[in-house]
Write a protein that binds this ligand. Sequence first.
Ligand SMILES: [Zn+2]
Length: 178
Amino acid sequence: MTLGQKALDGLNGFLIQLETGKPIKATEVRRVDTPDGPMHIRRETTLGGDKMQKELEDKFLEKWPTWFAGLHDGDPRETCLAFGFECSDGWNDLLWRLCEDIEKLGPGEDFRVEQVKEKFGGLRFYTSGTNTEVFNRITEAENESYKTCEFCGSKEDVTSTGSWVTTRCKSCREKKNA
Ligand SMILES: [Zn+2]
């Protein structure tokens, strides 16, 4: 077992535990600037568990095999899709409609999905080979995610709360606090 580190951007990173080249567990590290200087907060990220179920994700791979190449079984050094969708399954319907619309817009042959994740309470859908129409549709879906509970898909009474910003409906917020 080896320990690798992957920088996502200037503030966040993942420590990735690799076993036979596949991610099994990740710790999200976030830097927070405090009056006493920078502080690092760690959070265990389960690959599985409350993450979008693998069977649901596999439907995307079956329907759009070239777009989602490397989902689950790719090399994590080459595609972030090796981690699966890094969000919970309340956004499944939103993601499926997004992909159906992208198909209608006819992206080029080199269109690829690079990463699907939650960040600061919103969906991030990173792609390559994207044209303007597809890009605009993705932006629309990312905006919609802020009004959609990440855990159950409800659009009722949805807000982003907590020190770890997640987008939840009232019922899922109460469950979390229970
Ligand atoms: Zn909910």
